[in-house]
Design a protein around this ligand. Structure first.
Ligand code: G3P
Length: 249
């Protein structure tokens, strides 16, 4: 059973209402491969979610970039998973390395968030990835396995999870992982699923790559056996995102 190619666009903390209008109209005008072969999700900042959801063509879904770890309440500044579900936002990105590094989100906290978001009916793009220091120390697999295990420990099904491997050194740096480097980690994660969870989860779970993906490097990366799609940052704000989606073909 094949894994449908998945392309996510993480807009991060970028954009004005006018920028968002432009990006949406570019996406609406673009010629996209059929939804039978690619699943496309864009993730605007919270404040633009409703605008994007209502103006974007229905084949493209939306994701929030974060949500709170438990039921909403007295948590100033947070957005709960229930709110996203109530708004009809189907996806949420959790565990992005920027939040892990800048907001001190631990593996355990990310695991709790993933579990809570799933319990509220959201689908999750869960991010893992090593720093340059960890790669140079030869601990890449150890790091991403520990991040994945912290999620696995808290959830009972991977059906609604896409795992995004995003090496921190490749994010926003223009220094993309080579196809071989990406394939090596993706294959390692799939093996981890097979050994620690099940052969079925290993075969079904989509493992996507993120980190300086562009219109010019996406096809070679997409050609790797265990690369099931992308999580795109900077290039998802540009018309180039359409070319990246087409790498699914
Ligand atoms: O989540 C996507 C991401 O962190 C990659 O960003 O700008 O390197 O494509 P970028």
């Amino acid at each position: 059973m094949g894994r449908k190619f998945f392309v996510g666009g993480n807009w991060k903390c970028n954009g004005t209402t006018e920028d968002v209008k432009k990006i949406v109209s570019t996406l609406n005008a673009g010629e996209l491969p059929s939804t039978d072969i690619v699943e496309v999700v864009v993730s605007p900042p919270f404040v633009f979610l409703s605008q994007v959801k209502s103006e974007l063509r229905p084949e493209i879904q939306v994701a929030a970039q974060n949500c709170w770890v438990k039921k909403g309440g007295a948590f100033t500044g947070e957005v709960s998973a229930e709110m996203l579900a109530n708004l009809g936002v189907p996806w949420v990105i959790l565990g992005h390395s920027e939040r892990r590094a800048l907001l001190n989100e631990t593996n355990e906290f990310v695991g709790d968030k993933v579990a809570y978001a799933l319990s509220q009916g959201l689908k999750v793009i869960a991010c893992v990835g090593e720093t340059l220091e960890q790669r140079e120390a030869g601990t890449t697999m150890e790091v991403v396995a520990a991040q994945t295990k912290a999620i696995a420990d808290k959830i009972s099904s991977w059906d609604n999870v896409v795992l995004a491997y995003e090496p921190v050194w490749a994010i926003g740096t223009g220094k993309v992982a080579s196809p071989a480097q990406a394939q090596e980690v993706h294959a390692g994660l799939r093996k981890w699923f097979e050994e620690k969870i099940s052969a079925e989860v290993a075969a079904k779970t989509r493992i996507i790559y993120g980190g300086s993906v562009s219109g010019s490097n996406c096809r070679e990366l997409a050609g790797q056996t265990d690369v099931d799609g992308f999580l795109v940052g900077g290039a998802s704000l540009k018309p180039e995102f359409i070319d990246i989606i087409k790498a699914a073909e």
